[in-house]
Ligand binder design. Structure first.
Ligand code: ADP
Length: 719
């Protein structure tokens, strides 16, 4: 009987298309196929097969079934779910899922092997080569094994005694050994690990929050869970998500130590052929542990049994462009689809996750003590109104004194400022103009290392001019405020003998650079590390005893939904870096608002009080986690067309109980790359099908060609 194949293409199209299955092709759901679309031939995935007999339209046939691993059912179901959740075209998450399948294939290796022919003339060197050539191996390795020069091997190849074979590199990853012993766990670690092991033994979807201060040993606990999963089933797979590439090397090393083999690594810095290998090995069940960035969620696991989301509160789990998603929430969804366990780990969990734990949706495992360290650091607030830095300086007298003491003891300081570059603003003293990029309303940030002014939003940059581009005044431009480069300059001036380094995404461009800097810090080759949030998390520096926060109020400005929460998380993480076994650390927070609830909670180390106060505010305003939010953003280069569209969109908003639509309003970033931006904000009760509402709304309008409309479910950026 003829069948039709419904094929999803990795494109922003509203739905999958139907094709005829040619006789004898014997397609299955998940197969990668080639289909025609207009004049193009495209690769897609079969999402359904149905009887075509009732179908009266002639269908174009599937052209080819690709000789590639199919997308496993769980991955396919997840892709479709993610498209609906994000109110986006299902082809968008499919494109993410197929990225590894489209990566470059690993090149075959050139190996030499014996042909069985005898050499015309035997020498002792040749005899050693033949004895060593038991299995195919690279020519250089063979020469080394036989203790001969490369020329001897080459001559044997030329003579036909050895032959060169092109062999595909191995696909399978080495099997991890779950039975290697881990460290002896302390009592609270052991209790948490036991709960996780019981969860895994019970099987099926379950979620847990692993909640413990920095250094309490959460990683050791989840490694136990990983061991339990690997030991339980020979095919079971594990995914560990990390928010930063900079963290992966340290975590990979701990996995390697624990399970005896290097796990697969997945992030944007992994070369294309290696990604292809990870993708194919997973899809064919030949890879069991992946440690990766958020996009690893879309990989083709066949037997996923455990997902760990480390630093689950981290804002970088939210992808804001292209396909918009929150990886932590999608990780829970993927685990549910796969019937797997999910562990969310953090020292400062998000309010959403705490809420899920409080209401019993997630098991709540708390690690109360810090492994090996007696106490958390002492945290003091420095009131900048009382002890301000000198004019044009950023470090207050109490912080400078603490740094001097720390240096004197031969210990390390971390000076934290979550701002890249030298100065966040360049202003003309003559006319008052604040410099922005020509097509974007966002301040240009001065970078002294490169001598350029950079738009952090779009990447636009230009050399710093010596005249104001607005009024033409000469030498009138002044740098306002500090970035890490400027603080570094001050540290060098104040402590000329100290060894100072900067850790920001400008100085640490890849995983390799991060490792080098982290090693230098661990080896005590740095006295003062000036850092953005890139260094605030995950690393344990044993000789670091002072953390100074230059501008604790920074994240509170702008005042969006999560401003206080983010500030608390970031500063608690940053200050948690200080201290070691025999000497507790100190943290100094410079602030103009020492009475703010966030600052009080940080100084008093009272997370629960902060969470309770913040939850109460969210509940009163029915904001997440007590309600749901979505942003609708429209942008366009033609202001009249944009205005007309947002007016039509406002008029088309469906009436629904428990939903409020605010806007349209000019976005805070009202001009980006020459496009004006307008925003709506939707608030909905938790009982409302927010995605259904948004999909219905979108269906009521036609988006003109000059306008782009973006839906952001659960927005993290309100700009
Ligand atoms: P977290 O993930 O909570 O920040 P880690 O698991 O990284 O904490 O542990 C912090 C440090 O303490 C690491 O160096 C780790 O190796 C060590 N550690 C944790 N638990 C134990 C244990 N039970 N025995 C020995 N060392 C441990």
């Amino acid at each position: 009987m003829a069948r039709l194949a419904r094929v999803l293409l990795p494109l922003p199209l509203p739905e999958a298309f139907d094709y005829a299955e040619p006789e004898g092709m014997a397609l299955s759901v998940g197969d990668q196929v080639v289909v025609p679309l207009g004049p193009q031939r495209l690769i897609g995935v079969v999402v359904a097969l149905a009887d075509a007999s009732g179908h009266n339209r002639p269908l174009k046939p599937v052209l080819e079934r690709r000789d590639e691993p199919p997308l496993p059912p769980g991955a396919l179901a997840f892709v479709q779910w993610a498209g609906r959740y994000s109110v986006d075209a299902p082809g968008q998450p499919l494109a993410m899922a197929l990225r590894g399948a489209r990566a470059q294939k690993p090149r075959p290796e050139r190996l030499v092997a014996a042909t069985g022919a005898a050499p015309a003339r035997m020498t002792p060197a040749r005899a050693r080569v033949l004895a060593a050539a038991e299995a195919p191996m690279p020519a250089a390795a063979l020469a080394a094994a036989a203790g001969v020069s490369a020329g001897v091997v080459k001559a044997l190849v030329d003579e036909g005694v050895l032959e060169v074979r092109l062999v595909a590199p191995p696909l399978a990853f080495d099997a991890p050994d779950p039975h290697r012993p881990g460290p002896a766990l302390n009592a609270s670690q052991a209790a948490a690990a036991q709960v996780l092991k019981d969860m895994i033994a019970a099987g099926g979807f379950q979620a847990a929050l692993l909640d413990g201060i920095t250094g309490s040993g959460k990683t050791e606990v989840y490694l136990e869970a990983v061991a339990a999963v690997l030991a339980a089933e020979p095919r079971a797979q594990v995914l560990v998500l990390l928010p930063e590439i900079a963290l992966t090397q340290a975590v990979l090393a701990r996995f390697t130590e624990r399970f005896g083999v290097q796990p697969a690594e997945w992030h944007s810095g992994v070369p294309s052929p290696r990604r292809r290998r990870v993708w194919e090995a997973l899809a064919t069940g030949q890879c069991r542990i992946v440690v990766g960035a958020r996009s690893a969620l879309f990989l083709p696991f066949t037997d996923l049994r455990l997902v760990v989301v480390d630093e689950e509160h981290d804002g970088s789990y939210k992808q804001e462009d292209g396909f918009i998603y929150q990886a932590r929430d999608l990780a829970v969804a993927r685990a549910k689809i796969e019937g797997a366990a999910v562990v969310l780990a953090s020292a400062t969990p998000s309010l959403e996750t705490i809420w899920n734990a409080e209401t019993g949706r997630y098991r709540w495992l708390r690690l109360e003590t810090r492994h090996g360290v007696a106490r958390l650091p002492d945290i003091d607030l420095v009131d900048l109104r009382e002890t301000p830095p000198e004019h044009g300086r950023w470090l207050s007298p109490p912080l400078v004194q603490a740094m001097a003491e720390t240096l004197g003891r031969g210990e390390q300081s971390l000076i934290f400022l979550n701002r890249r570059g030298y100065a966040p603003l360049v202003l003309c003293r003559a006319c008052g103009e604040k410099l922005t990029a020509p097509d974007t309303e966002s301040w240009l940030v001065e970078h002294r290392y490169t001598g350029r002014l950079v738009c952090h939003l779009t990447g636009f940059s230009m050399p710093k001019p010596d005249r104001c581009p607005h009024c033409g005044a000469k030498d009138s431009l002044v740098s306002i405020g500090p970035g890490v480069e400027r603080v570094e300059e001050e540290v060098r001036e104040r402590f000329p003998d100290a060894r100072v380094a900067v850790f920001s995404s400008d100085t640490v461009v890849d995983a390799e650079a991060a490792r080098t800097l982290i090693e230098a810090m661990e080896q005590g080759e740095i006295d003062v590390l000036v850092a953005t949030q890139a260094a605030a998390k995950g690393h344990n520096f044993p000789n670091l005893t002072l953390v100074g926060v230059v501008d604790a109020d920074l994240g509170l400005r702008g005042g969006d939904l999560r401003a206080a929460e983010r500030t608390y998380q970031l500063l608690a993480q940053a200050t948690g870096r200080a201290g070691r076994k025999d000497r507790p650390g100190r943290a100094l927070l410079q602030t103009y608002a020492p009475d703010q609830a966030v600052m009080q909670a940080l100084a008093g180390q009272d997370r629960d009080a902060f969470v309770a106060a913040e939850m109460a505010e969210r509940e009163a305003a029915r904001l997440p986690p007590y309600g749901r939010l979505a942003a609708v953003i429209a942008s366009g280069a033609d202001p009249a067309a944009l205005e007309g569209f947002v007016r039509a969109l406002a008029a088309a908003a469906p009436n629904a109980e428990g939903v409020e639509v605010y806007g349209p309003a000019d976005a805070s970033l009202s001009l980006v790359r020459g496009r004006r931006r307008k925003r709506f904000l939707v608030r909905a009760d938790r009982s409302v099908d927010l995605q259904g509402f948004l999909a219905a709304w979108r269906a009521r309008v036609k988006v003109p060609g000059s306008v782009r409309m973006t839906i952001d479910v659960d927005p993290y950026s309100f700009l």
